[in-house]
Design a protein around this ligand. Structure first.
Ligand code: F6P
Ligand code: MG
Length: 450
């Protein structure tokens, strides 16, 4: 949809304010740290750019660093948020979005870093980093977060081995398992994928944050930290989507996973997806990743392929076997990977039907949507200061292309769907419960039953 329609549309009616209180701290502390690391990474790779592109590469490195240093100054000194100038597919849409904010800021001259919604400026910073690279062509495709993502994967090797060994064990006699047994494995792997979301690098500003112990063994001790657990409803949705296919076998047609982080979290998602298809519960899995380096550790197409190749190449029987299965699912079209610019824009998901109708239509074909991680939750709920007892359906404000479930560890100041008093109790026991990544939700919504 044309971006001008984004601007002319009135913002959705809201009863809750956008999250702002936490913004100042992250903008002042965490975002400059992330940006400084990007500058350092690009500088350290100067020789690589020289080897690949000669003097052009060195020139591009210098110019990119100069743009990024300027960006750091803008964000640290509360300068106005500027229009993008790189003329990419989504540039116009970003600039229209900025104008929309400018219209809401009637009392101010311009939208600035500290005075804008946290979600918006945080997304904007990652897009501006990408702009600095795009404006310097020979190094445009360089992924400045790649080192951290690959390191995160290697540091989780023992946990990946434990998980792949569990998976291959389950698959040995999967056809003989009863529905109850299938549910038990499904529930375990859903929780593993949930807790995989602890391993994100943007909350730690790029510091090592990988999974060290067996993810299956730690599930029992983590259970009390799941604040909302709708896994029964997720399972019922899968069960009611079982239909005979061309082969005569019964299965749900399609589950879509909107991915979050690379490294261990991605492996947990692939393992869950493998279980869903190898158990015959689902015929096809569609993965959705990011088209630019995003929030330090989010999955790009390159990370997705790399992770599967690396798992295939592992020096461990079950781990490499899992990798080979994943590769063949992709080859056979049982698994599909997509990206779309909407995932790397600041829009709340209730805007998707109007601003990215083709993506919305794609998601409508799913029997179930799994949204991984904290940023997706913020976009699902509009990053508002909702009362904790407000229903998840209410906070979605009409977003519901298909039954959906958020698998999220809490890292930001938004949480809905709690019991009366639950939020207050948590605040008294653990004041930073919403941001310390210790708690999680498996939260479900079915637009068809609303
Ligand atoms: O807490 C910092 C932060 O960057 C949040 O802004 C963001 O929501 C989150 O980390 C990213 O977490 P996830 O990888 O789970 O989306
Ligand atoms: Mg992330």
């Amino acid at each position: 949809m044309a971006a001008d329609q984004t601007v002319s549309r009135a913002p959705p009616a809201l009863s809750a304010k956008v999250v702002g209180s936490f913004a100042y701290l992250t903008i002042r502390d965490r975002l400059p740290t992330i940006l400084t690391k990007v500058i350092d990474t690009i500088h350290r790779n100067k020789n690589k750019f020289f080897e690949e592109y000669g003097e052009e590469g060195i020139k591009a490195e210098k110019q990119t660093i100069s743009l990024l240093s300027k960006l750091r100054n803008e964000l640290q000194t509360d300068k106005p948020v500027l229009e993008l100038t790189d003329g990419l597919q989504d540039t116009e849409s970003w600039n229209q979005y900025l104008q929309r904010h400018q219209m809401l800021h009637e009392d101010q001259d311009s939208v600035s870093w500290f005075k804008s919604p946290w979600l918006y400026v945080e997304c904007y910073m990652y897009r501006r980093i990408q702009e600095a690279l795009w404006l310097n062509p020979p190094i445009s495709d360089y992924d400045y977060f790649n080192e951290g993502k690959t390191q995160g994967y290697f540091e989780s090797t023992q946990a990946v081995i434990a998980l792949c060994t569990y998976l291959e064990g389950v698959k040995k006699n999967i056809e003989e398992l009863s529905k109850t047994q299938l549910f038990e494995h499904f529930y375990k792997l859903l929780q593993v994928s949930l807790w995989g979301n602890k391993c994100d690098l943007s909350i730690s500003a790029g510091q090592e944050n990988s999974q060290k112990i067996s993810p299956i063994d730690s599930l029992n001790s983590l259970q009390p930290f799941i604040l909302v657990d709708d896994s029964n409803m997720v399972w019922s949705t899968l069960m009611s989507a079982q239909r005979p296919g061309q082969s005569g076998k019964t299965a749900a047609d399609r589950v879509d996973i909107v991915l979050d982080n690379a490294g261990f979290e991605l492996v947990t998602d692939l393992v869950l997806a493998d279980f869903l298809v190898s158990s015959g519960l689902v015929r096809q899995i569609h993965f959705h990743g990011k088209s630019i380096p995003w929030f330090v550790s989010d999955v790009t197409a390159n990370d997705f392929q790399w992770t599967i190749r690396q798992t295939m190449a592992a020096n461990h029987k079950w781990m490499s076997k899992s990798g080979f299965h994943w590769q063949s699912y992709l080859k056979e079209g049982v698994w599909l990977y997509h990206d779309h610019p909407f995932w790397t824009q600041p829009h709340e998901f209730c805007d998707m039907a109007a601003d990215a109708p083709e993506l919305y239509a794609t998601l409508q074909r799913a029997d179930l949507l799994l949204f991984k991680g904290d940023l997706n939750y913020r976009k699902l709920t509009g990053d508002r200061e909702w009362d904790h007892t407000v229903g998840f359906d209410t906070a979605l404000r009409g977003f519901g292309p298909a039954p959906l479930c958020s698998l999220r560890t809490l890292k930001a100041n938004v949480q809905v769907g709690l019991q009366p008093g639950q939020g207050e109790k948590l605040t008294s026991q653990d004041p930073s419960w919403m941001t310390n990544g210790k708690y999680a939700v498996i939260q479900f919504s079915n637009p068809k039953t609303e």
